[in-house]
Design a protein around this ligand. Structure first.
Ligand SMILES: Nc1ncnc2c1ncn2[C@@H]1O[C@H](COP(=O)(O)OP(=O)(O)OP(=O)(O)O)[C@@H](O)[C@H]1O
Ligand SMILES: [Mg+2]
Length: 187
């Protein structure tokens, strides 16, 4: 069955490592934004282009699911709303969604971020300990329901389609088309 895997974790949690292993084991297509942003633009987020590129990766994942394949979005997904929205999108094309959370303690995270910087500097950028510490509370950890595949967050009043189109311009055809890329209000 077509499955969308949403990889959740802090920087350096081991998301890409795990996503690669999962892709190799299952044949799912892995979509890792850093592998697009840095080669395309030389920077992880020039002028807000990351949301636009992520949107097209979601669009690509949706096409894969529609064709009966499986896809892995290696985005980090700190927001519960982001995961619920994409679970809705997967269901809308007859696929299931699965949240894969990779918790990491602070010390291990710091070691892994430093190791990644040494191993693949071309695919990464320098993160400070202050940034890592500031970001840690921002990840909304998935609860037991979500880990069991039940995304219980109710949709926003505007509906998930418009929400997705604002969060990730370029993710959708149709429902989100009236939203111009780059005009999303910042959260
Ligand atoms: N389970 C693990 N045990 C030990 N080392 C690991 C493990 N998973 C990943 N690593 C190492 O930690 C570093 C970071 O891993 P990885 O690039 O997969 O993290 P990431 O979550 O994708 O990071 P980022 O958010 O920065 O993209 C790499 O050097 C990787 O080899
Ligand atoms: Mg990664």
């Amino acid at each position: 069955m077509a499955e969308l895997t949403l990889i959740v974790g802090h920087p350096g949690a081991g998301k890409t490592t795990r996503a690669k292993a999962l892709a190799a084991a299952t044949g799912a297509v892995r979509l890792t934004p850093d592998e697009w942003m840095v080669p395309l633009f030389g920077h992880p987020d020039p002028d807000g282009k990351r949301d636009v590129v992520e949107g097209r990766l979601i669009w690509t994942a949706t096409a894969i699911l529609r064709a009966g394949g499986s896809a892995i979005l290696d985005f980090g997904f700190w927001g519960r709303d982001e995961r619920a929205a994409l679970a809705w999108l997967a269901a809308s094309v007859g696929a299931t969604a699965h949240t894969l959370h990779l918790p990491v303690d602070r010390v291990t995270q710091t070691e892994r971020v430093a190791r990644r910087q040494r191993e693949t500097p071309e695919l990464t950028w320098q993160l400070t300990q202050a940034e890592l510490d500031e970001w840690r509370p921002l990840l909304q950890e998935p609860d037991a329901d979500e880990l069991a595949g039940r995304y219980t967050l109710p949709p926003p009043q505007e509906g998930w389609a418009r929400w997705i189109a604002r969060r990730w311009p370029t993710a959708l055809d149709g429902a989100g088309r009236e939203v111009t890329p780059g005009t999303r209000e910042r959260d």
